[in-house]
Design a binder for this molecule. Structure first.
Ligand SMILES: [Zn+2]
Length: 278
C-alpha cells in the first residue's frame, strides 16, 4: 500500500538534482531506468489508442509503461523534465501546445534532438468538442504549424495528436485520421494537473499503474510538481519492475530514437535478433 508522505524524503533529496543534457546515454548505468524497447507504429495500424477513450490501445506487455507529457514546453519545467529523462535514458512522447512552442521553440528542438517523439496538442488548448468544427480544425492545424516551424528545416512533428481535455468529436477524429494523425487517448491518468505536491503525483501514478498493470501514462511537463516528481517517479518505476516503452512513428522517427540506453540495447541484442525487434 502507498502511504501518503512515503515519498517525502526521496522527493526532497532529489530537488537539487539536475543533470545537463549532455549527460545522456553515455552516463546511464545500472541504476538508470532506461528504455526497454521502442515500438514503431503506423497511423493506419493504430488510428486511435487509449483504453480510457477507446477499445484499442498499444500492445504493451505486463508492466510496460509509455510516458507522455502534455501542454509544454515550459522554460523551466520542461528543461528539468528533459534533464531527468536524459539522465535516466528514458524516451517519452510530448504533446506540445502551439502557443507554448512559440514561446520556447528551443525546447521542442531539444526534445526531438534527444530522441523523444514530439506530437501536437492544438495551438491554444481549446476543447475541440465544444467549438465549431471549423475552429477546431484550424486550431489543430495552427498547433502543427507552430511545432513544425520550431523544429526547423527537415523536421516535422510526429503524426501523433492528443486532444486538450481529451475532448473530441467523431467529426474531429475523422479529420485527424484523414490527415494521417494518430489519436492518442490515455490508459492511466496521473491527475498531475490537480496536484501542487510532487508526492501526490508519484503516489497517484504508481497506484494507477499498479492497478492497470501497464499503459500510457498522462503527465504534464508544464507542471512544477510533475517536474519535481519525475526523478523519484522513475526510480520507483524501476524498483517496482516497470519498463519504459518508447513509441515512434514509422513515417518520421526522431533522430536518435534507436539510441536507447546501452543497458536496454544490450539486453535486446542478447535476447532477440535485430529483425524481430519491434
Ligand atoms: Zn493539455
Amino acid at each position: 500500500m502507498l502511504k501518503p508522505g512515503s515519498f517525502a524524503l526521496l522527493v526532497g533529496s532529489t530537488l537539487a538534482f539536475s543533470a545537463p543534457a549532455a549527460f545522456a546515454a553515455d552516463t546511464c548505468g545500472e541504476n538508470a531506468l532506461g528504455t526497454s524497447r521502442t515500438i514503431t507504429v503506423s497511423t493506419s495500424e493504430f488510428p486511435r489508442i487509449g483504453t480510457e477513450q477507446y477499445l484499442e490501445t498499444l500492445r504493451l506487455k505486463d508492466r510496460e509503461v509509455v510516458l507522455t507529457f502534455d501542454d509544454g514546453p515550459h522554460r523551466e519545467n520542461t528543461s528539468r523534465v528533459l534533464d531527468v529523462l536524459a539522465a535516466d535514458c528514458v524516451k517519452a512522447t510530448f504533446f506540445m501546445l502551439g502557443i507554448n512552442v512559440a514561446e520556447a521553440p528551443h525546447l521542442a528542438r531539444r526534445a526531438r534532438a534527444e530522441g523523444h517523439s514530439v506530437g501536437t496538442h492544438t495551438f491554444s488548448h481549446i476543447n475541440l468538442s465544444k467549438v465549431p468544427l471549423e475552429k477546431a480544425l484550424q486550431d489543430i492545424e495552427l498547433g502543427i504549424e507552430a511545432v513544425t516551424e520550431a523544429l526547423g528545416k527537415g523536421n516535422s512533428p510526429a503524426p501523433f495528436f492528443r486532444a486538450p481535455y481529451l475532448g473530441i468529436t467523431k467529426e474531429v477524429e475523422k479529420f485527424l485520421y484523414s490527415r494521417g494523425l494518430m489519436v492518442w487517448g490515455i490508459d492511466v491518468d496521473s491527475l498531475d494537473w490537480t496536484f501542487a505536491n510532487p508526492e501526490k503525483v508519484i503516489e497517484r501514478s504508481i497506484a494507477e499503474l499498479e492497478k492497470n498493470g501497464k499503459g500510457i501514462l498522462l503527465l504534464h511537463d508544464i507542471k512544477t510538481a510533475t517536474a519535481r516528481a519525475l526523478p523519484v517517479l522513475l526510480s520507483e518505476l524501476k524498483r517496482r519492475g516497470f519498463r519504459i516503452v518508447h513509441v515512434v512513428p514509422e513515417s518520421n522517427p526522431p533522430p536518435d530514437a534507436s539510441n536507447i540506453s546501452r543497458l536496454a540495447n544490450k539486453k535486446q541484442q542478447d535476447e532477440r535478433p535485430k529483425s524481430l525487434r519491434e
